[in-house]
Ligand binder design. Sequence first.
Ligand code: ARG
Length: 459
Amino acid sequence: MAQLWGGRFTKETDQLVYNFNSSISFDRKFYKQDIEGSIAHVTMLAKQNILTETEKNTIVNGLESILSDVESGKLEITDEYEDVHSFVEANLINRIGDSGKKLHTGRSRNDQVALDMKLYTRDEVLEIDELVKELLKVILTIMEENTETFMPGFTHLQKAQPITLAHHMGAYFEMFKRDRSRLRDIYNRMNFCPLGSGALAGTTYPLDREYTAKLLEFEAATRNSMDSVSDRDYIIELLSALATVMMHLSRFSEEVIIWNTNEYRFVELDDAYSTGSSIMPQKKNPDIAELVRGKTGRVYGALMSILTTMKGIPLAYNKDMQEDKELTFDAIDTVKGCIALFTGMVRTMTFNKEIMEKSAKGGFTNATDVADYLVNKGIPFRDAHSISGRLVLLCIEKKGALDDLSIDEYKKENKLFEEDIYQAISLDTCVNKRMTLGAPSKTVMNQVIEEYKIYLFNN
Ligand code: ARG
């Protein structure tokens, strides 16, 4: 047991208590941020003449040597320390002696851990953002290549109206683009430095908190020392944004799974991204998509957990808050893994364009266009809708499509139908005459694709 306190205790901590209390098994993850924060702290202490220049240099050198030794594997972070903060401080004192004991001047583990966690998650926000950006690039490539790939659009998982694959992919582009903007918001809101808040009430040393904040590339220092040590809003916001990323990935996964079924065969997964069955030789399973869908629950769980942990905590720091780490780390790692794998799966997946187009032609996806044809000839939409419905019924009886009815059959329902009905309800017209902003026509899609390219270039 190596701990930073003990002066007022007459007994050793019970081993089980020590184990229960200790956090090193998981907070070792931010050793780098802990050292980075300590270097900024002592740099500020020296600027304020709280430490001498020599003391600062000795401490910084010591901290840097610990960092490089941990990084090279020469120094191992072991369980004998209560937490990563104790590990770094004990090793520092070991290396440089008494000046190491001055590192913690004007600091508490409460503001220290608040800083470490913020630095760690801040870095992760940027990494996750990059991964989402990679996925967006893959989606955009599919869009560019498929503005003429017809497929059915669905509502209630029933064929509704024809669209293109580019249009369908564009919906996911929008979702993941919003995810990135959420991450950006969170980054901006969290980017204030808690260091210098002490245990809860600041300190009597003349710290320059804005200077420390600047050294660590924060926007500014936080404005309330009690809130600084007990704010975990940014973790909740981050987990909420990550839960939303997972929800999007999961919806997309669900579609890939459906499209990959023997019944649909819209997509073919690459062999490298699918798995076989130990008993059924013919199987090629979409395990990656299923796992992404499955892991979504795990990230939701992390969000619920931290919300619940925080709801009953009085100001300021309480040990409950140590529970913010494991689940957040797990959620971050899960999301990063899922985005990376999912991106690879989508990048290598191929589309059976003929099957998609054939599917778009079935299911009377042009029934609305039959009605619209009559509306253009002056029939009120409600009446046109029911005429088209009756024609669909006729097709169902005859086991054919609306395109297969003869002009006489059309005219029997309404004399306003002319030969041009066939052109009006062709797949090409149904898609490419839909020119409203956001609609699937090639013209509109190309404009949107241009906007997306500019967006990816600038963001
Ligand atoms: N391991 C602790 C945590 O994660 C560090 C802060 C400890 N502070 C304290 N007053 N015991 O929250």
